[in-house]
Ligand binder design. Structure first.
Ligand code: ZN
Ligand code: FE
Length: 255
């Protein structure tokens, strides 16, 4: 099995999981680039997986389903109103795609939206707009405590797990992270590498959980330099990681 990125809108990635015949797509916000991909690669769409209800992740589902004569399963979060979802799933459920010989565990990762989910299996996690490379999604519908717990859940997956995020935000995220943690050598190295990757017009994704633990400030709320940055921001000492997370997230919102 192989994973291809399909670019959509300005900076979205629709992830395509494929073998030589079949493909499943994650978060198809737009149908057209997926249809072009299916035609170019001569692949059959066999399943759709959605992480959360935002239009840039689910907007293409109805057109993709309508283009198929036989219905295909559309998996999505139980707790969110996505009319095109046929199989509503939540944490603890499993999603099997027999045509690709793959299975995922569903993880609840609320915060960006109320019932955002991730699909985890075969050393990969499809995490939508919760974890980004060197950043995280905005906290729109949940609380900072929920978002922090969701990010910790992803951070606690094995280090070699590859994370497939919903957007190419990496360089902007690194620029912010360098302000939070200017002394982090791994982060400086990452900036060099990912800048080259973007100059070559390649995706910086997937990232790995190990790499995120070493460089993503939102997963490093117990690191002393991150804590000092949050304290400067708040004008008082902080020890609670959720409070530190909230301070860094608020700083990024205004950055
Ligand atoms: Zn979103
Ligand atoms: Fe998004």
């Amino acid at each position: 099995m192989q994973i291809d990125p399909i670019s959509a809108f300005k900076d979205n990635y629709i992830w395509a999981l494929r073998n030589d015949r079949n493909v499943a797509v994650v978060d198809p916000g737009d149908a057209r680039p997926v249809q072009e991909y299916l035609a170019r690669k001569q692949l059959q769409l066999v399943a759709i997986l959605a992480t959360h209800h935002h239009a840039d992740h689910v907007g293409g589902i109805s057109a993709l389903v309508a283009a198929r004569s036989r219905g295909i399963p559309v998996y999505g979060p139980k707790g969110e109103p996505i009319s095109t979802v046929t199989h509503r799933v939540a944490g603890g459920d499993r999603v099997a795609i027999p045509e690709l010989d793959i299975e995922f565990d569903v993880l609840d990762i609320p915060g960006h939206t109320r019932a955002h989910i991730a699909y985890y299996g075969s050393k990969m996690v499809f995490c939508g707009d919760t974890l980004f490379a060197c950043g995280c999604g905005r906290v729109f519908e949940g609380t900072p405590a929920q978002m922090y717990a969701s990010l910790q859940k992803l951070a606690n997956l094995p280090e070699a797990t590859l994370a497939y995020c919903g957007h190419e935000y990496t360089l902007a995220n690194i620029g912010f992270a360098r302000n939070v943690e200017p002394g982090n050598a791994a982060l400086a190295e990452r900036e060099r590498e990912d800048t080259l990757t973007r100059e070559r017009k390649r995706p910086t994704l997937p990232t790995s959980i190990g790499r995120e633990r070493a460089t993503n400030p939102f997963l490093r709320c117990e690191n002393a330099e991150v804590d000092r940055a949050a304290a400067r921001r708040l004008g008082k000492a902080v020890t609670d990681p959720v409070e530190i997370f909230a301070a860094i997230r608020d700083w990024k919102n205004k950055y």
